[in-house]
Design a protein around this ligand. Sequence first.
Ligand SMILES: Nc1ncnc2c1ncn2[C@@H]1O[C@H](COP(=O)(O)OP(=O)(O)OP(=O)(O)O)[C@@H](O)[C@H]1O
Ligand SMILES: [Mg+2]
Length: 239
Amino acid sequence: MKASPIIETSHLSKVYKMDSVETVALADISFVVDKGEFVAIMGPSGSGKSTLMHILGALDLPTAGTYILDGQNVEKLTDDQLAGIRNRKIGFVFQAYNLLPRTTAMKNVVLPMAYAGVSKDEREERAKKYLTMVGLADRLEHTSNQLSGGQQQRVAIARALVMNPAILLADEPTGNIASNQAAEIMAIFQNLNDEGHTIIMITHEPDIAEHAKRIIHIRDGRIVADGNGHRQRKVNGKK
Ligand SMILES: Nc1ncnc2c1ncn2[C@@H]1O[C@H](COP(=O)(O)OP(=O)(O)OP(=O)(O)O)[C@@H](O)[C@H]1O
Ligand SMILES: [Mg+2]
């Protein structure tokens, strides 16, 4: 079967400007992810991983370079088209969870389906199913502020999965989760990947990254290695 790209980045850069200070968060990033890949992104704090994830999720535009998402040039899409793509195609697990405060776990997970026009009964059924899958069956009516960090992270994972997204973008999805639960979350990701979903996961934990078939290492906003765990291809001559 011929692999087909779902993510194509070409010479992406991102420069944040604050007053007169410029921060180069990404510089000359180029890589392709095919449908069905499971990729981990690793790199030191501040190396540009979350910035890259926001661009891949079409939440932010690069300063320069092109990004083709499932055949469409993101720069050329309207805000409405982008919102539709984010809702239907992409599941996000943000580093800071981004749950609605003072809102129950159920409601947080139901909302993306409400935007997509899923019927009320089905929304509740699916929300329960995914919250149960991440081990929160007994926390459905707890609000975000009544949940621990790891529990909030699991609500965020259920919310990301409930629309059955073609692409899952996860920023440190197990960062606040106990290791036995992290293994369960990785099993869920693995299942999703086995079903053909594309996963891009940021992590600083090597044993979590090992679940991916390919690891991209970023340093100072550049890709320094890209490959599977055993045969890392060095990029730009750097290690
Ligand atoms: N909105 C912003 N405005 C200005 N600078 C920013 C902004 N967001 C990120 N940066 C800067 O861009 C660089 C990359 O940040 P980013 O959040 O992508 O790093 P990261 O690799 O995700 O780090 P961590 O592992 O700590 O989450 C950092 O130097 C950061 O200070
Ligand atoms: Mg980050």
